[in-house]
Write a protein that binds this ligand. Structure first.
Ligand code: HMG
Ligand code: MG
Length: 299
C-alpha cells in the first residue's frame, strides 16, 4: 500500500565523496553511480557543480554526468549552489534535476556558501526559477536543522521558514538535514512538529548524518510523523567539509534493513547495495562498512 512505500535517496556519490580526503577517480565514481542505479533507487545524487576551490573532490562533475548511465525511471540530481553552478550544469545538456541547499543558521551558511541564510535564499529562489523555466526539477535541502557547529541549537521556526521558502520557490521536495548528526528523538520530534505545522509530510524528506548514532531512531520518528523519504549513503560514506567532525550519512544498508524489517517497500535490493559497497571498497582502496553490510558480508 501507499503507506508502506518509502523512497530512499542515495547520496553517497555526492555527499559521501565530497568529504573524503582522497580524490576518487572519475571512472570509479561513474561505475559507482551505475551500480547504484542497478540497485533499484529512484533517485541517485551524482555530484556537485560547486567551485572546485571549495570542493576539489568533485571537480570532475562534467565528466561524471557525461559518462554515467541513465536508467529509465531514475532521477540523477546534481548539487548546485548558485547561478554559475546552474549554468555549468545546464551546459552539459544532460542534467534534468538539481538540488539547491540552504541552511537554518547564519553561522553554517556563511562557512558553507559565504552568505547569510537570507542572502543565500534570495540567490536560490533565482536559481530555482531559472532551472524550472528550463524544465529542470529542483530538490531543496535545509542544513543544520537541529544543531549548528557554529551557532549551537537551532530554532525549529527558522527551519520551517526556510523550508517553506524553498517549496514556495518551486522545489518539489525539501530534505531536512541534520548535518552534524546531533539530533535525538526529542529534538528531531520537536523540529518536525514545527515544520509540519507549515508544510505537508509528502513534501519532506529527512537527511540524517549518523555522527552520534541517532540516525535510525530519528528516521523512525520521521516515519511516525508521516514522512516517507530519507537520504542515505552507501557504506555510510562521507560527511561535510564545512562542518567539523561530521561523519557520513546514515548508511543505506542500515536504512534498508530497518525499512524491510518494519514492513516498508523501497524497491531497492539490499544485497545488491552490500555488493556495491564491497566493490567500492576494493576499487577505491577503502575499508568502509555499514553495520548491516559487515553483518551480511560476514555470513
Ligand atoms: P564565493 O567565494 O563567495 O563565490 O563562494 P564567488 O562567486 O566569489 O566565486 C569564487 C570563485 O569560485 C570564482 O572563481 C568563481 O568563478 C568560482 P575565481 O574568480 O576565484 O577563479 N565559482 C564557481 N566555480 C564553479 N562552479 C560554481 C562556482 N561558483 C563560483 N558553481 C560558493 C561561494 C557558493 C561558490 C562557494 O561557497 C561554494 O562553492 N560552496 C559550496 C560548499 C559545498 O559544496 N558544501 C557542501 C555541500 S552542502 C552539504 O553537504 C549539506 C547537505 O548534504 C545537507 C546536510 O547534510 O545538511 C546538502
Ligand atoms: Mg549531508
Amino acid at each position: 500500500t501507499a503507506a508502506n512505500r518509502f523512497r530512499v535517496v542515495e547520496v553517497g556519490a555526492r555527499d559521501g565523496l565530497q568529504a573524503e580526503k582522497k580524490f576518487v577517480p572519475t571512472k570509479i565514481k561513474v561505475e559507482l553511480i551505475d551500480r547504484l542505479s542497478a540497485c533499484g533507487f529512484s533517485t541517485v545524487e551524482t555530484t556537485s557543480f560547486v567551485s572546485p576551490k571549495w570542493i576539489p573532490q568533485l571537480a570532475d562533475h562534467n565528466d561524471v554526468v557525461a559518462q554515467h548511465q541513465r536508467f529509465p525511471g531514475v532521477a540523477y540530481p546534481v548539487l548546485v549552489p548558485n547561478s554559475a553552478g546552474l549554468k555549468n550544469a545546464m551546459a552539459t545538456g544532460v542534467v534534468d534535476e538539481i538540488a539547491v541547499f540552504a541552511a537554518a543558521s547564519d553561522g553554517f551558511s556563511k562557512k558553507n556558501v559565504n552568505a547569510t541564510v537570507e542572502e543565500s535564499l534570495k540567490k536560490l529562489i533565482e536559481v530555482t526559477k531559472t532551472a524550472l523555466d528550463a524544465n529542470i526539477r529542483v530538490r531543496g535541502y535545509v542544513s543544520v536543522v537541529v544543531g549548528c557547529p557554529y551557532d549551537g541549537a537551532v530554532n525549529p521556526e527558522v527551519v520551517a521558514r526556510v523550508t517553506e521558502t524553498l517549496l514556495a520557490a518551486g522545489c518539489y521536495e525539501v530534505s531536512l538535514g541534520d548535518t552534524i548528526g546531533v539530533g535525538t528523538v526529542n529534538t528531531v520530534s520537536k523540529m518536525l512538529d514545527t515544520v509540519l505545522k507549515h508544510v505537508p509530510a509528502e513534501k519532506l524528506a529527512v537527511h540524517f548524518h549518523d555522527t552520534y548514532g541517532q540516525a535510525l531512531s530519528n528516521v523512525l520518528v520521521s516515519i511516525e510523523k508521516g514522512i516517507r523519504a530519507a537520504d542515505s549513503s552507501v557504506a555510510g560514506l562521507g560527511g561535510c567539509p564545512y562542518a567539523k567532525g561530521a561523519t557520513g550519512n546514515l548508511a543505506t544498508e542500515d536504512l534498508l534493513y530497518f525499512l524491510r524489517g518494519n514492513g516498508f517497500e523501497t524497491g531497492v535490493d539490499l544485497e545488491k547495495v552490500v555488493e556495491t559497497a564491497k566493490w567500492f571498497n576494493l576499487a577505491a582502496g577503502y575499508d568502509k562498512w555499514s553495520r548491516v553490510g559487515a553483518a551480511i558480508s560476514a555470513k
